[in-house]
Ligand binder design. Structure first.
Ligand SMILES: [Zn+2]
Ligand SMILES: [Zn+2]
Length: 614
């Protein structure tokens, strides 16, 4: 154990581990193989916490030992799964048909129950304040810890860099089969930390450095990025992440689903959709460990466009690429979540629904927006309209301001011509949805249509006619290409239920013909056969109260005319109602950072990014 800076000691095992002193207590930055616990500075009476920058075993293997010793161990929230259940990750490393190049076999050797660290928050341990800064690079969820000590800023950077101009390893920067996601992420992270001007950079491997090393390393990585032809616009986008479509309407060019900013005359902002800001490439997985929202371009937004605060965010629909960053945005900037009424429940109780692309944590709305009821905010009038097809819980947002009508259509229509029918069956698509949305678009008659993933569309005179024709064709093809029963939709909610609590089964008939059939129920409810009649364009709900052990299922089979294909759904019994993670308490939390005043948000000039958006 050596003192590398006043009050900061270093022990080296599989990685450098730092003990940051606060009186006779210490906070450990990473744990290495755990042997630091045998080699603490003599004045240490108590280890108040272990903070992990990421889950790799060279920095985190001793986490289980620390937990056994009664020391709280904190880890970035996105890294928790691999620390809690390393067996799962080790098994992933042995997948036969594997396209996820991440180093799953590098996870910790034994599970450790960690407490979650949220990005940008400052956590207090005694008199020590530790701010969590997202620094994806070696893993998607990796963080650095920024600590102010004796008027200087220290950055504990884990494996972000190894030496000026060098990273600890390149193999862990490949998060998909042949990508270079982590290289782009490392560059963005290095430049972001460099903006904070830390006096000392303390890595998990390599010697202490000054802030220059961050820029030097970002520069050194660029030739590899260029050589691989990956993210060619990374730095251009970092410098200019927003495109001003109008002085009052900005488009985030870096986010995976484009988010938009309404900028008022008074310098306030309202954001439409906020998923993954500055997307630079994602891992080939849909696990929480592969999904990383952050607020990379926000400081530039505020500075460049003179925005003084973000009042609210309104999602067009609940898909993760449109909502993943909302809770962080609320946390840090105090933005309220205004939700059109038809998506309140799916955002608040994602675990209750069998739908794709859900975000992992509940998003509880500040304000519910009634459909077709205008809301006035600053000089803008905003009206949500139900817009189903791409997703059921989805809205078009009509914004009227400055003499224009702009429709935010989310992902309903794809392609540069705005005519692509972007439906997905698991999102509860109904065969006539695109007829209705074409009629809605014609009725609203916007001068500009903005979408989640495609360029702005200025509808010409033919547009609405073509849209309706295509919607009718889609409807017709669904009528003729399959038998009647297959055109119905069967869904059970909630999909996870406590024994003795009700499950609602909904049978929807989006066709023009009444449905007569029979529901067969198996499993955790009494075996039963129920005749089901659903009128044309109607629906029918049935309620069941299953009983049985956790893990048992109540299964539904809907039969129509004899010999037609059936429909199936099920719900699973569980011990307790699922509430988000449901397992972890919040760690000591010092309150949200103050936008514009904390280290996290005194953003200097340009931020950039190159999205990987499609
Ligand atoms: Zn999208
Ligand atoms: Zn979507």
């Amino acid at each position: 154990m050596t003192e590398v800076l006043p009050g900061v000691y270093r022990h080296t095992s599989s990685a450098h581990v730092y003990a940051v002193m606060d009186g006779d207590s210490a906070v450990l930055m990473n744990i290495g193989d755990g042997t630091i616990l045998d080699d603490l500075p003599p004045q240490v009476k108590r280890v108040s916490a272990v903070l992990l920058t990421h889950h790799h075993r060279d920095v985190a293997a001793g986490a289980a030992r620390a937990v056994r010793a009664g020391i709280p161990v904190y880890a970035p929230e996105g890294e928790a799964d691999s620390l809690h259940d390393p067996e799962h990750f080790l098994a992933l490393a042995d997948t036969l048909n594997n396209y996820d190049a991440r180093l799953h076999s590098w996870t910790v050797p034994e599970p450790a129950r960690t407490l979650p660290l949220r990005s940008y928050r400052t956590y207090r341990f005694g008199r020590l304040g530790v701010t969590v800064r997202p620094t994806p690079g070696q893993t998607p969820g990796a963080v650095s810890f920024v600590v102010k000590m004796r008027r200087s800023t220290l950055a504990f950077t884990g494996d972000l860099l190894n030496a000026p101009g060098q990273v600890p390893r390149l193999a862990s920067t490949q998060w998909s089969y042949n990508g270079g996601e982590g290289i782009a992420g490392t560059i963005l992270s290095l430049l972001d930390l460099a903006d904070l001007q830390p006096a000392h950079v303390l890595p998990a491997h390599g010697e202490p450095m000054t802030a220059d090393a961050l820029n030097v390393t970002a520069d050194a990585l660029r030739p590899l990025l260029q050589l691989r032809r990956h993210n060619p616009r990374l730095l251009e986008l970092r410098a200019e992440p927003y495109e001003a479509l109008r002085p009052w309407l900005l488009m985030n060019r870096t986010s995976m689903a484009q988010s938009y900013v309404l900028r008022s005359r008074t310098g306030r902002a309202l954001v439409i959709d906020f998923g993954y800001d500055f997307a630079f490439g994602q891992a080939a997985s849909t696990g929480r460990d592969a999904r990383r929202p952050w607020l990379y371009t926000l400081p530039t937004l505020l500075k460049r466009y003179g925005i003084r605060g973000i009042d609210a965010v309104i999602p067009t629909h609940y898909h993760d690429d449109h909502v993943a960053g909302i809770s962080t945005l609320r946390d840090v900037y105090g933005a309220e979540l205004w939700t059109p009424e038809n998506m309140v429940d799916v955002l608040a109780r994602p675990e209750a629904h069998r739908l794709p692309c859900l975000w992992f944590e509940p998003l509880v709305s500040t304000r519910t927006l009634a459909l077709e009821q205008p809301v006035d905010w600053e000089e803008f009038r905003i009206t949500p309209y139900e817009l189903t097809g791409h997703a059921r819980a989805s809205c078009g947002l009509l914004v009227e301001a400055h003499g224009e009508r702009v429709l935010f259509g989310g992902d309903q229509y794809a392609d540069p011509d705005g005519l692509g029918l972007n439906y997905t069956y698991p999102n509860l698509f109904r065969e006539a949805d695109y007829v209705h949305s074409a009629q809605l678009y014609a009725r609203l008659n916007p001068g500009l249509i903005l979408s989640g993933h495609w360029p702005p569309v200025v509808p010409g005179p033919e547009y609405h006619g073509v849209l309706l024709e295509r919607g009718q064709q889609l409807h017709h093809l669904h009528r003729v290409l399959q038998p009647h029963t297959s055109r119905l939709i069967l869904r059970a909610e909630p999909i996870r239920v406590a024994s003795g609590a009700p499950v609602t089964l909904t049978v929807e008939n989006p066709t023009m013909t009444a449905f007569d059939g029979e529901l067969h129920v198996y499993g955790a409810a009494d075996p039963a056969r129920v005749p089901v009649t659903v009128p044309a364009l109607g629906h029918h709900t049935l309620s069941f109260v299953p009983n049985g052990p956790a893990g048992a299922r109540i299964q539904f089979e809907l039969r129509g005319s004899p010999g037609e294909p059936c429909l199936f759904s099920y719900a699973t019994l569980q011990d307790q109602p699922v509430q988000g993670d449901g397992t972890l308490g919040e760690p000591v939390y010092a309150g949200p950072a103050q936008p514009g005043t904390s280290a996290a948000f005194t953003a200097p000039a340009g931020h950039t990014g190159d999205p990987h958006a499609t």
